[in-house]
Design a binder for this molecule. Sequence first.
Ligand SMILES: CC(C)(COP(=O)(O)OP(=O)(O)OC[C@H]1O[C@@H](n2cnc3c(N)ncnc32)[C@H](O)[C@@H]1OP(=O)(O)O)[C@@H](O)C(=O)NCCC(=O)NCCS
Length: 328
Amino acid sequence: MSIDIVLRGLGRYVPEKTLTNAALEKIVDTSDEWIFTRTGIRVRHIASEEQNTSDLAVEAARQALANANMEAEELTHIVVGTFTPDAMVPSCACVVEEKLGIKGRAVYDIAAACSGFLYALENARAILALHPEARVLVIGAETVTRRINFEDRTTCVLFGDGAGAAVLTRDGEGPKVLDVKLSSDGSLGRLLTVNGGGSCSSYSRPGEPIREDYFVQMEGREIFKHAVRSMTGVCNEILEDNGRTRHDIDVLIPHQANWRIIDAVGRKFDVPPEKVYSNVDRYGNTSAASIPLALSEAVDNDFVKDGDLVLLTSFGGGFTWASALLQF
Ligand SMILES: CC(C)(COP(=O)(O)OP(=O)(O)OC[C@H]1O[C@@H](n2cnc3c(N)ncnc32)[C@H](O)[C@@H]1OP(=O)(O)O)[C@@H](O)C(=O)NCCC(=O)NCCS
């Protein structure tokens, strides 16, 4: 079943504190030159000790609500894509609901790592197909740096914290979400893991060192290949299913993991670099926050204009990957 849903408002938030490549040079054996040429990242934002994922999420949510001219009270559902919730229980969505001062809504988290926002967006479409009057808040929010080993130079240079949010309805004015495609391959899950805290990994006792599996562990090269291949595939699928071709794409916003991945996806579709949005230089990989952070920014700075066909695509641990087609 295909329905058009309306993107009523977008919002984003990144913590104030930043971590530059120069600062990382003092923590691990790396260099600004290595990080920038391999990833395109210059700086990333890091949550303060007082900030949890829900705090970032709420800031982005308030902005999305303001842009939608709506009050939190009007929301019926909250869906949060995150792999770094404040706690295993309660869900991040429950904490966000409480911080927005509302209760009694249907709220829950979605675990799809970096594809969390697009998975949550498809969930919003399903909710709105069942409940046409619903007002759904979709959030991608992460404090990835809490799950980063700052002694591991192969991962610690890549990630940052942030949040992005969108309010979706069936009625009202705004860009339309034309379609969303989701996919996955669990057999490749071992290539990107955070096992610590899960049932496969018993907890540490007080006084024991934190084990490495508490942090993000990955096979960077393998992920790179799969990311480009999977995002290209799911973009082709959504274009074909919607009777569009790569020539119809006005703006492409891939998951902001690494400029070389973003560039490679753009090249596969012959989308010129000036039509490919990237802010990875300023935020690094913010996982589930990456797509809504980039989309919200691209709209605010007029990179995306009225009438544009916007193609979003993400890739993350699981592996999961997804695409979405938006008509502005
Ligand atoms: C991680 C990534 C940037 C590494 O780039 P790469 O060109 O594949 O580099 P390699 O992993 O082959 O490492 C090359 C060398 O650089 C070294 N290196 C790794 N991290 C380094 C760092 N931060 N600074 C300096 N050197 C580093 C490696 O140890 C290796 O050295 P060696 O050849 O002596 O063993 C790249 O593979 C990537 O972006 N992968 C995708 C990761 C990702 O996006 N994950 C999240 C998915 S949502």
